[in-house]
Design a binder for this molecule. Sequence first.
Ligand SMILES: NC(=O)C1=CN([C@@H]2O[C@H](COP(=O)(O)OP(=O)(O)OC[C@H]3O[C@@H](n4cnc5c(N)ncnc54)[C@H](O)[C@@H]3O)[C@@H](O)[C@H]2O)C=CC1
Ligand SMILES: CC(C)CC(=O)C(=O)O
Ligand SMILES: [Mg+2]
Length: 371
Amino acid sequence: MGNYRIAVLPGDGIGQEVTAGAVEVLKAVGVRFGHEFTFEYGWIGGAAIDEAGTPLPEETLRLCRESDAVLLGAVGGPKWDGNPPHLRPEKGLLAIRKQLDLYANLRPVVCYDCLASASPLKPDLVQGVDFVIVRELTGGIYFGQPSGRVVENGEEKAVDTLLYKKEEIERIVRMAFTLARGRKKKVTSVDKANVLSSSRLWREVAEEVAEQFPDVELEHMLVDNAAMQLIRAPKQFDVIVTENMFGDILSDEASMLSGSLGMLPSASLSASGPSLYEPVHGSAPDIAGMNKANPIAAILSAAMMLRLSFGLTAEAEAVEHAVRQALDQGLRTADLAPSGGRIVSTNEMVEEIKTAVLDYTAIAQIMTVYA
Ligand SMILES: NC(=O)C1=CN([C@@H]2O[C@H](COP(=O)(O)OP(=O)(O)OC[C@H]3O[C@@H](n4cnc5c(N)ncnc54)[C@H](O)[C@@H]3O)[C@@H](O)[C@H]2O)C=CC1
Ligand SMILES: CC(C)CC(=O)C(=O)O
Ligand SMILES: [Mg+2]
């Protein structure tokens, strides 16, 4: 059975709680399936600023490069909000994405039947929602130069630059089409081509890539309309591909279709080295340290790691099955309270999922699917 080195970067706030939960579940996978997972910890974000004076220490980067995959929690918090730009926790996250070439951020949005009433939308609108947001992660306005504040002729200004190279667009759009080929064969490319030059290039490149995938339908949608369509008729989507900032914003919006931001996992795939897995949510300072955070986004991110980085499909299915079982049995962290059930802590949810992984049999899953 396999040996896998996993770099764990808990970061800040609930990042620490939810990664601890995901590690527990991975340990259970190791026991149940006979794998050896080695967990090595590194600093990132505010914790790294406090510890090493920088949001992404060299040591952390080295650890990640020497690992088979990276599990990350979240960064940021009010403690560092007043810091100068180079000492913001979020800089550490952006830097690791760039340094590890994590260009493709896959964010699956699924509404579990038992959580349809956790969504603020009508249950019949969200039941059956199942699409993936493919977000470009290493380009666009979060990285373009110049960026910063200037004083010109006594006037204070701030600038950010939205820049995309053709090849950056090509590779992410190709990823979306490849993904759609194994799904419902529809790509919605979201842009702002009525205003932005970068979006006009994006649209042209999407058309070019589409020619190589004649079996997949391509539609273009302006981002403002996309924000509305996600609420009006979310089941129209299969694969949404979009640039960095639009993907960031639309995925938080889309999380409400699944009931909570605490339900959305993600995989940040590298072009050249280990990939990174992280929940879509942030460090949630409002609930940090309270044992209230929903660990499922982090746990499902670990499942994505098993499937995409290690090729451990049965193991990934075991984790996903365990999550579904815990929810079907009525366990709910506080964020999922509107769907009824029994409110449990982060640790209780982790414990239940861990136990279900240890007890997992393929037969159990077949019974659930075909019952
Ligand atoms: N990937 C990352 O590390 C990200 C970091 N951030 C940082 O996190 C800090 C807080 O940002 P916010 O805008 O408040 O976004 P956030 O995602 O941390 O929280 C937004 C809301 O969702 C809730 N929430 C988030 N995750 C949850 C979970 N697992 N279970 C239950 N409830 C959950 C929070 O309690 C909060 O009310 C900021 O410093 C921000 O820069 C924000 C987004 C992503
Ligand atoms: C630093 C931010 C870009 C993090 C974030 O909001 C995200 O990746 O979803
Ligand atoms: Mg975000």
